[in-house]
Unconditional design. Structure first.
Length: 415
């Protein structure tokens, strides 16, 4: 169990400037997208408006962060022996000016700390890594991009790349370092990536998360900022999956990818694999009928699972969006409604208000019931890297039971 210590911060402002490939680079002012957290009669809320762009969350003073953690501890009274405080924010944690003070104060709780995603760009002196470790930091998720300092300087705008790389090495030697690398074709893949992996392995890093670069709206840019980098095509999903699998075979570190794949656990959608079909017996009977609307990447997996569940009452339709939780109303407007049943199930976290979903999915004159499925149906490489295959299967069964529950509830057959 992890308690989040949100230090705040704004992308591009509280991280010493945007990396060239940053998801938040070139973000335009947008109208609220709509989501499940909006009030029923109004499209837009803090989550799908400013919460998406993360433009209003300044760095917090450390005593506010400590008070929030104390409140969480008192309200939840956790008994998990694996309890950890995850220090993260919208900015870069390494740029948080009170990081040493905060970790020093949290040390008194005797709860180990995890530095959530940091690029290390705020590190001017690698010795801070040792001091943070002495304060109780025992896990770090570090966006390395490359162990080549020149590439970090050029692509991440890192003012002190040698020091940040030294800090990553110190963290790898004394904590669980989960390195992360956004793969830019022709820049930090190929021989450059292999050198980075060799360095991580030699340092003693725990894991490496390979992240597919998004450069188009369909790949996930929903903030009007397409393309982030001109004249660069992202790695195809198939090529990216092969890259993850090849790197995993070659190096003695835990390698996962997002949005695909995790060679060790089979995520995402481990239960779609033929060898795991036996677990599908734990999903309840399907007694409703519905169309599941999802992403281009997830659709084949979900379709395979429902084929194994042996039902003709559920079909799966893919939008053009690669990631289901980033589906917007425009993706629904592009669908051929002739393939949509009288009940449609949309992803729980997608950025579509119920008003828009019902209007768009009934625009052909057929009044459809629109329900929401679970927020997730599997786990991606950012989460599965700390899980076992058994953990992933157990989680997916729980989520698919929730999905079938939604199908049975919203898609009750007419007598």
């Amino acid at each position: 169990m992890q308690i989040v210590a949100d230090v705040g911060g704004i992308p591009g402002k509280d991280c010493r400037g945007f990396c060239k490939y940053c998801y938040f680079r070139k973000v335009k002012s947008i109208e609220p997208l709509g989501c499940s957290q909006c009030s029923p009669g109004k499209i837009g809320c803090s989550h799908c408006g400013e919460g998406v762009t993360e433009t209003k969350n300044e760095f917090k003073m450390p005593f506010f962060v400590v008070n929030e953690i104390q409140t969480t501890l008192m309200m939840t009274n956790p008994t998990d022996n694996n309890l950890k405080v995850n220090i993260s924010g919208g900015g870069d944690v390494s740029c948080y000016p009170h990081l040493e003070e905060l970790t020093g104060t949290l040390k008194q709780f005797e709860i180990p700390m995890h530095l959530g995603y940091t690029s290390g760009k705020g590190i001017d002196d690698a010795d801070i890594a040792t001091r943070l470790i002495n304060n109780g930091v025992d896990e770090v998720t570090f966006t390395l991009f490359s162990s080549n300092p020149d590439l970090r300087a050029k692509w991440m705008k890192d003012p002190n790349p040698e020091e940040s790389i030294k800090a990553a090495k110190i963290f790898a030697e004394s904590t669980e370092l989960h390195a992360a690398t956004v793969i830019i074709p022709g820049v930090n893949d190929g021989d450059v990536l292999h050198q980075t992996c060799e360095d991580l392995e030699n340092w003693g890093a725990k894991a490496l998360i390979l992240m597919r670069f998004a450069n188009t709206t369909n790949e996930g840019l929903i903030l009007g900022n397409e393309p982030i980098i001109k004249d660069i095509d992202s790695t195809s999903v198939e090529e990216f999956q092969k890259l993850v699998e090849d790197i995993n075979k070659k190096y003695n570190i835990r390698v996962t990818g997002t949005p695909v794949s995790d060679p060790d656990t089979g995520a995402p959608f481990a239960i779609s694999k033929d060898e795991n079909e036996i677990y599908l017996q734990f999903i309840q009977e399907i007694v409703g009928e519905a169309t599941i609307i999802t992403s281009k990447i997830a659709a084949p997996y979900i379709e395979k699972i429902f084929d194994k569940l042996d039902t003709d009452d559920v079909n799966v339709i893919a939008t053009k969006k690669d990631i289901a939780c980033l589906i917007t109303k425009e993706d629904l407007e592009d669908l051929d409604l002739s393939n949509v049943k009288d009940t449609a199930i949309i992803p729980g976290r997608c950025f579509v208000h119920q008003i828009d979903a019902e209007r768009i999915l009934s625009s052909d004159g057929i009044e459809r019931v629109v329900g929401r499925g679970p927020d997730k149906l599997s786990v991606d490489g950012e989460m599965s890297g700390t899980l076992t295959e058994e953990n992933v299967i157990e989680k997916e069964l729980e989520l698919f039971r929730d999905l079938v529950g939604a199908i049975n509830f919203f898609g009750m057959k007419k007598k």
